[in-house]
Ligand binder design. Sequence first.
Ligand SMILES: [Zn+2]
Length: 169
Amino acid sequence: MNYTVEKTLKINSDFNLKENPQTGYKSLWANANFKAKQILTDFSYSKSFKKPTRFTIQLNEEQHIELQPIHLQYINHSCSPNVYFNTQKMQLIALREIKKGDEIVYFYPSTEWKMTEEFLCTCKSNNCLKQIKGAAFLPYDIITRYEISDYIQRKSTQAYNNLPFKNLN
Ligand SMILES: [Zn+2]
């Protein structure tokens, strides 16, 4: 036998955390059914940083927050997300129906302008973007297909409109 059994930790009636004992890699899973647009949980933060880390969520130019409850920081990326972080209402919201036992996944560039650690996505969805570095590196017509934070919406629109002027400099 050459496979690893993931450890499952029950967080509460809504979430389970899974951990691969070999890699320490964690992921968050639904422990209940959620409807599209349903609020999975409210969130807040304990600390805020000027620079992103691999576990922070970006609120604006200078605020990268450490999420509370902390298990939310283990939500992994997918190019076909089932939740998004509404950073104005501070709510984690379902983009589509989520079944008990589904992994909870969000689109990192929906909150992150420039990520601190880029990676090659292996989410296997048809629209997988492969290299994930942040919204700053995505074409406007791609990023706007997603539910994105108010901050990313403003930054993307600004970058899109400013491009010809920057090129003239
Ligand atoms: Zn992907």
